[in-house]
Design a protein around this ligand. Structure first.
Ligand code: ADP
Ligand code: ZN
Length: 802
């Protein structure tokens, strides 16, 4: 057909940086469009590919090109041009394959890779040997993925080859699109011609009364039998259609309660922030709202989002981790009703697929979600808000390593709309952009209704005496103990934060000094007393707590330091009769337990909650008057140039939780470094002062945001191959960045965590004032090269360099 393209450029969700050209068979010429998801062969496998270009002529011999197998989208192409454009930009900036960027812009089950599977072809063959029987029996039930046959059933490759050659089984490739999506069958009234029995007529009447469409289930519920239905289908009176199930998120939002805000009169600071953004609707304008916790930032976001929706546009709200902040979702639900899509990490594949398509079809005005929600396929986007913009969760720590906070600004720029980044503790990157005039800074310095900020008190651990059994570690200082007693006497509640789960971070032999380390990771094993095990927090290795040292036979094995479990043990001893619970990854593993623990605390059934960082964000407990940070120094010691920023962020978050209700809150921070500026400024909620000192440090030592950084991580099982690859690259990079004045190379050297799960890790850190030139140099050196047995990851603007 004239006018339709012959070839398509396809981006694939694999580690290939170029797009590949495929032939479009005649039968598919109508349906292959820009942005379509298609099924294509890649080597011996099938995979999902994304159409990012249509061509009339191929640059290579057309006969050699493989054809597209099928188009996976029924209606509209899944990818809209705006998202393709954004992903192109991101792929280039983050040095990631375009197909990988496009993959993360979609729900996981919309970018499937093909699986090779075996099916039974001739179950009666005489070639079947007795030991093949277990496999044949399984294959009688269903086709099985080859990976499963090899890995789990332990069938050898040669056995599979023999069975295939004998024609007993066939191996085929199968791509399962939208796996996990649940479907409903709908009955649709088509015509009413022909004579109908009374029962059939009754069914037609029911259908017509409901607008001509009803799910099969609902119709059966109304008394229409399957026989009547199939008769109607045969007479072409109705048709049955399969549709992806619609999900309401009521279950997620249920039981959140008390989100209803009263009538709101905006404070002067809120009003001027709203006004400033409002005047920029329809133009690109980046804002940074630096507002103390409780200054009413969220209300500002919601008001702006309402404005945008009134203009007939759509709004996007990014949050670091939505399952911890459902309160947010319920506040939005209250304002926007059903025209909101919520994309949180605990959605089932079917729910996520449904939410995504609702956004794609334009059935919602507002979407809220974590970093991947930035790629919501809105076509009338008018505003993007990024809450807690300094949170590390916006950075994806696997390929493609993008930062949704920064890409939000890019999307806003392409789309010519405002973008609002908000935080009580902005990232140094964003604050510096404001200082340079790239972002407009809006400060909100007061809490709404003149609620006071909580008092923060610092407890100098160097002046405290540890209990003898604790070997120099202070768990509860006398000041904190005293304050906790008062809280419990007054019938109020307390939160205790400790950034480590388990009983103690390591076990030490008192005789020979041996410490128990993981076999596969360069960390010590954490003591978990309750389950009686030593556990590696990186790879999950578990072994029983030994009674003797394996080296010297010594019998005095001492747990050193403390985690949630030990804090709970000590709490019970210090405050007998006060109910307490632990909130950490161990105690919340069971589905529903997180909500249950929080609920008991909110209702006052538990009086104290001991928790890890999970507890520092988003929650609101009106009766909590004291928050104790048991060890503020846990992050400061990391070999990471952001450790001060991370500490300040954590402490401010924690302090922001306290005293949000009627009662005045207090925060006590235990530290051995009371003079460190991250701690001193957190004491006064003084972000600006912290920023001034921190940016000076970054300038002096040439760290981001003053320079731009790229980390290159080399991983592999053989130490010497990893070392060699890193050394090779180091030399080549050294040459490549020679002309770039002020560029610094750190490494190659073992990463601070030199080994995880048996994999060695080496890294090179590059810093340079020349952002794009540095990226080009890294690209030129790294992209054409491969090292056998070494996986190389390039991380542009890395957050985690451990
Ligand atoms: P932030 O996001 O800055 O921490 P929020 O927007 O969550 O602050 O506001 C803190 C609390 O104050 C919320 O319970 C919110 O409903 C309430 N609030 C915000 N603005 C106002 C206002 N102008 N009048 C009364 N209450 C407000
Ligand atoms: Zn381990």
């Amino acid at each position: 057909m004239p006018g339709l393209s012959e070839f398509a450029q396809i981006a694939l969700p694999v580690a290939i940086h170029e797009t590949l050209t495929y032939r479009i068979p005649d039968a598919l010429k109508d349906s292959v469009r820009l942005g379509s998801r298609v099924e294509v062969p890649l080597g011996p496998k099938l995979t999902t590919g994304f159409v990012v270009g249509l061509l009339d002529e191929a640059t290579v011999d057309a006969k050699k090109l493989k054809p597209i197998r099928s188009v996976l989208d029924d209606e509209e192409p899944a990818l809209i041009p705006e998202i393709i454009e954004l992903c192109r930009w991101a792929a280039e900036y983050y040095i990631a394959p375009l197909g990988e960027m496009l993959r993360v812009s979609l729900p996981a089950n919309m970018a499937a890779r093909g699986k090779r599977e075996a099916i039974l072809a001739d179950p009666t063959s005489a070639q079947i040997q007795p030991h093949d029987q277990p496999l044949i029996e399984e294959l009688r039930k269903r086709p099985l993925a080859l990976s499963m046959i090899f890995d789990e059933m332990q069938v050898s490759r040669s056995a599979i080859a023999r069975l295939r050659d004998a024609g007993v089984i066939a191996v085929r490739d199968r791509l399962r699109d939208a796996e996990g999506v649940r479907y409903d069958r709908f009955v649709i009234l088509e015509s009413e011609a022909g004579a109908l029995t009374p029962k059939q007529q009754g069914a037609v009447d029911t259908l017509r009364a409901r607008g001509g469409e009803l799910s099969v289930r609902a119709l059966e519920h109304a008394g229409v039998s399957a026989a009547v239905l199939s008769a109607l289908v045969k007479k072409h009176v109705v048709r049955i259609e399969r549709r992806a199930r619609r999900h309401t998120l009521d279950a997620f939002l249920a039981g959140l309660g008390d989100a209803a805000a009263g009538e709101i009169r905006y404070s002067a600071e809120q009003r001027s922030a709203i006004e400033a953004v409002r005047t920029t609707f329809g133009t690109f304008a980046p804002f940074l709202i630096e507002g103390v916790t409780g200054s009413g930032k969220t209300e500002v976001y919601i008001e702006l989002m309402r404005d945008v929706v009134k203009r007939g546009e759509q709004a996007l709200l990014l949050v670091p981790e939505i399952s911890l902040t459902p309160v947010f979702a319920s506040r939005l639900k209250e304002r926007f009703g059903d025209r909101i899509a919520i994309l949180h990490s605990n959605l089932s594949p079917s729910e996520r697929y449904d939410q995504w398509w609702r956004a794609r079809r334009g059935e919602v005005d507002v979407a809220i979600g974590p970093r991947s929600a930035l790629f919501t396929p809105f076509q009338r986007l008018g505003l993007i808000v990024v809450d807690e913009e300094g949170d590390g969760a916006y950075k994806q720590e696997e390929t493609p390593r993008y930062n949704a906070r920064d890409l939000a600004v890019v999307r806003a720029q392409f789309r010519k709309i405002p973008v609002v980044l908000g935080s009580a503790t902005p990232s140094l990157e964003s604050r510096e952009n404001a200082a340079r005039g790239k972002y407009t800074l809006l400060r909100m310095t007061k809490r709404v209704e003149a609620r006071p900020l909580p008092d923060v008190e610092i407890i100098d651990l160097r002046k405290e005496r540890a209990e003898k059994e604790d070997k120099g570690f202070v768990i509860f200082s006398s000041t904190l103990k005293h304050a906790l007693r008062e809280v419990f006497v007054a019938g109020e509640q307390a939160i205790l934060l400790i950034n480590r789960r388990g009983y103690a971070p390591y076990l030490l032999c008192r005789e020979c000094g041996h410490e128990f380390r993981c076999r596969d990771c360069s960390v010590t094993l954490t003591v978990h007393r309750r389950v009686g095990q030593l556990i590696c927090h990186y790879c999950g290795l578990r072994k029983p707590i030994p009674s003797k040292c394996p080296l010297c036979g010594g019998e005095v094995l001492q747990p050193i330091g403390f985690g949630t479990e030990k804090v709970e043990e000590r709490f019970l001893r210090e405050f007998p009769g006060v109910s307490v619970e632990v909130l950490d990854r161990d105690s919340t593993r069971k589905k529903g337990s997180l909500v249950a623990i929080l609920d008991r605390f909110r209702r006052g059934t538990t009086r104290a909650l001991i928790g890890t960082q999970m507890l520092s964000k988003g929650h609101h407990f009106p009766n909590v008057t004291l928050t104790g940070v048991l060890n503020a120094d846990s992050i400061l010691g990391y070999p990471d140039f952001r450790s001060a920023e991370k500490t300040f962020y954590l402490l401010t978050q924690v302090a922001g939780r306290a005293g949000r209700g009627e009662l005045r809150g207090k925060v006590m921070i235990q530290t051995a470094f009371p003079d460190h500026y991250a701690i001193r400024h957190a004491l006064h909620h003084d972000y600006e002062a912290f920023y001034e000192e921190e940016i000076r440090f970054r300038k002096t030592f040439h760290y981001p945001p003053v320079t731009s950084m790229i980390a290159i991580l080399f991983r592999g099982e053989q130490l010497n191959t990893v070392e060699r690859a890193a050394a090779d690259c180091g030399r080549l990079l050294e040459e490549a960045v020679q002309p770039l004045a002020g560029t610094r190379i750190q490494g190659p050297a073992a990463a601070p965590l030199a080994r995880i799960k048996g994999v060695w890790r080496y890294q090179i850190l590059l810093r340079s004032p020349h952002r794009s030139a540095l990226r080009r140099a890294v690209e030129a050196v790294m992209l054409p090269r491969k090292w056998k047995g070494v996986d190389v990851a390039i991380d542009v603007d890395p957050i985690n360099i451990l």
